[in-house]
Design a protein around this ligand. Structure first.
Ligand SMILES: NC(=O)c1ccc[n+]([C@@H]2O[C@H](COP(=O)([O-])OP(=O)(O)OC[C@H]3O[C@@H](n4cnc5c(N)ncnc54)[C@H](O)[C@@H]3O)[C@@H](O)[C@H]2O)c1
Length: 278
């Protein structure tokens, strides 16, 4: 039997109750890791833990990654109960902030698509940025950027004891190309990429590697509300002609978390079907 790639490793996956985080937790467990599944709601994390199949088992921990005190408490629990952390996946995320009108944003995006295909040029205005609230902007940055920082800071303190570790940050193609419908999301994901590069340089001497994933359009509960027209427009620009499966992102996360990627740090990999080639 092939050796498991994450045997005897302890991994924390934030936002592991849904979509990509859940797929990553399941795959890491199959590869032998003990998986700590974090979620905003404990029951959501517990559902993933109940589905884990692997020798290492797992546990659920509730915390809002945007809250520094809750993150500290989560890591204190990990230290007390497990004594170590080998892998951190900063995955928790939101596509829209509080008060964002998804329906209206979707309608504006559809109007632009219709104008594009008409061949008459784009005449309408999205005007997302000028109508974005402080609250939405701040929550978006808090969940993605603060959350990634808070968890990374605590994880590095644990990983530094062994001078070993792997951190995988979920960015997005939105960071590479900019997504006009979600400027706050694009900014947060761009920040995660720059943070990944800086921290990778900071902790390389400790044997800790830090990399990012920039997925394209993947079928998860986050992308489920996207309208058929917008999905069609995305597929038209995707050379592989389909959306991605969460397991394809999980495979990328496994590569970056395991010793298979031992010479990778400060990099991003983009499972995206070719929608962005750079
Ligand atoms: N699905 C895609 O196409 C896609 C593309 C690029 C990047 N991503 C990124 O991948 C990550 C996972 O996305 P997904 O598609 O699985 O979304 P999802 O909505 O299915 O799952 C995200 C999970 O994060 C949790 N979460 C949100 N805020 C949290 C917080 N403050 N603390 C703890 N948990 C929190 C949610 O409860 C949810 O279970 C996100 O960072 C997302 O931005 C997704």
């Amino acid at each position: 039997m092939e050796t498991m790639k994450l045997k005897d490793r302890v991994a924390l996956v934030t936002g592991g109750g849904s979509g990509l985080g859940r797929a990553i937790a399941l795959l890491f467990a199959e590869e032998g890791a003990h998986v700590v599944v974090n979620e905003l709601r404990l029951e959501t994390a517990q559902q993933t833990v109940a589905a884990l199949k692997g020798p290492g088992g797992g546990r659920a921990i509730q915390a809002d990654v945007a809250d520094s005190a809750q993150v500290k408490a989560m890591f204190a629990t990990i230290e007390r109960e497990l004594g170590a952390l080998d892998i951190l996946v900063n995955n928790a995320g939101i596509a829209f902030g509080p008060g964002d009108d998804r329906g209206e944003i979707g309608r504006k995006a559809e109007a632009v698509i219709m104008e594009l295909v008409s061949g008459q040029g784009v005449r309408s205005h999205m005007d997302i940025t000028q109508n974005l609230s402080d609250e939405s902007w701040r929550r978006m940055l808090a969940v993605h950027l603060d959350g990634t920082f808070f968890c990374t800071r605590e994880a590095l303190r644990l990983m530094s004891r062994k001078n070993r570790g792997a951190i995988v940050n979920l960015s997005s193609v939105a960071a590479l190309t900019g997504l006009e419908s979600v400027p706050h999301y694009s900014a947060a994901k761009g920040g995660i990429l720059a943070f990944t590069r800086a921290v990778a340089r900071d902790v390389a001497s400790r044997g800790i590697r830090v990399n990012a994933i920039c997925p394209g359009y993947i079928d998860t509960p986050m992308t489920e509300p996207i309208s058929p027209l917008i999905k069609k427009a995305v597929l038209a620009r995707t050379p592989l002609g389909r959306t991605g499966d969460a397991r394809e992102v999980a495979a990328t996360a496994l590569f970056l978390a395991s010793d298979d990627s031992s010479f990778f740090t400060g990099q991003w990999l983009s499972p995206n079907g070719g929608i962005f080639i750079g």
